[in-house]
Design a protein around this ligand. Structure first.
Ligand code: AVJ
Length: 325
């Protein structure tokens, strides 16, 4: 018997047209990083990036989780509600579910409903004994899980939010604190987060990861313009833009930009936008952290860093953050 529940908390989706038009009207043009995954092609390119030798993030995180799954499971303990922000990170969450040896429930939360449902069905058929509660919601917004849909409190000893994939790197530090505070609320002030965070390192390694020799990251970045052309009747000429992804050592982050090769005018849904030569559209930040910096940030949101796991080369980190004393 499968135990699968769907909860639709009706998250508000960003309207592609409005957000594109807004982003192109700003003095410093920008798009949110979610736009990379707007179409299947974007998500496919990202999966290809994850296979690149130069892109260490995905592989290293999976490796850390697998190597330390027993210890992580021991810290989390039995009768755990395992919540996950985002869904579909099979290689990351399945080893953890295995190591936890029947958590009380697994609760993936994702804004993309269709994708979430497919993933939840798959997970539930793989773990027929596991109580899977799929929640369509936006975890960056205020969020409460309806108590009556959750397992009885006496079967819950710990609640842990898994936030893998270094997605937190897309946020600036105020947004990180806000997200952690919202997470503390979601946990009702008791529980923990298991969170994947990319580490500061030799900029050459970072540069290679975001400027790969096959040009996949460039394709990933430029694909946003293709989506705008197709869906919003745009006339971006992709040959007129560079992919630019420098490491900013002052801010400690990789930045992705699309840079106009010349002065040009582009039309999107009948509206004209002008670009000066070398004017940019900022498409992503990918923040890197020292462990002590992340510890301090987490502290500002009321979390204590209990334990950090990393790989032998100190490329990536997984932190266990606890609420309360
Ligand atoms: C999905 C946010 C982890 O910051 O490395 C990969 C995505 N952007 N190449 C990252 C990304 C360019 C990414 N995260």
């Amino acid at each position: 018997m499968q135990k699968l529940t769907f909860l639709d908390l009706k998250p508000t989706l960003i309207n592609f047209h409005d957000r594109v038009s807004h982003g192109l009207s700003l003095a410093q043009k920008e798009f949110p990083p979610q736009f990379f995954y707007h179409d299947k092609k974007g998500s496919d390119i990202f999966n290809q990036i994850c296979q690149l030798d130069e892109y260490y993030i995905t592989r290293t995180e999976i490796d850390i989780l697998q190597k330390n799954s027993k210890e992580i499971a021991a810290i989390i303990g039995e009768k755990c509600l395992l919540i996950e922000y985002g869904s579909g990170s099979l290689e990351k969450v399945y080893p953890l579910i295995d190591a936890l040896n029947s958590p009380t429930a697994y609760i993936p939360i994702d804004i993309a409903k269709e994708h979430l449902f497919v993933y939840a069905e798959f997970t539930s058929s793989k773990y027929p004994e596991l109580d899977v509660i799929a929640v369509a919601a936006d975890y960056t917004q205020e969020l409460q899980l309806p108590n009556e849909k959750l397992p009885d409190n006496k079967n819950v000893k710990n609640k842990v939010i898994l936030f893998a994939g270094s997605t937190i790197g897309n946020l600036d530090c105020l947004q990180v604190i806000a997200l952690l505070k919202k997470s503390a609320d979601l946990l009702n002030g008791q529980g923990a987060m298991l969170i994947g965070v990319d580490l500061k390192k030799d900029p050459t390694i970072l540069h290679a990861a975001y400027n790969d020799s096959q040009g996949l990251t460039a394709k990933f970045n430029l694909n946003i313009l293709d989506n705008i052309n197709r869906e919003l009747n745009g006339d971006f000429n992709l040959d007129n833009f560079y992919h630019y992804a420098p490491y900013n050592p002052t801010l400690g982050r990789i930045e992705l930009h699309l840079i106009s090769k010349k002065s040009q005018t582009v039309t999107v849904s009948g509206k004209k936008f002008t670009f000066k030569e070398v004017e940019r559209i900022h498409t992503e930040n990918s923040q890197k952290y020292r462990t002590e910096d992340f510890r301090e940030l987490a502290q500002q949101a009321g979390f204590k860093l209990r334990k950090t796991w990393t790989d032998d080369n100190h490329l990536f980190s997984i932190h266990y953050l606890e609420l309360g004393n």
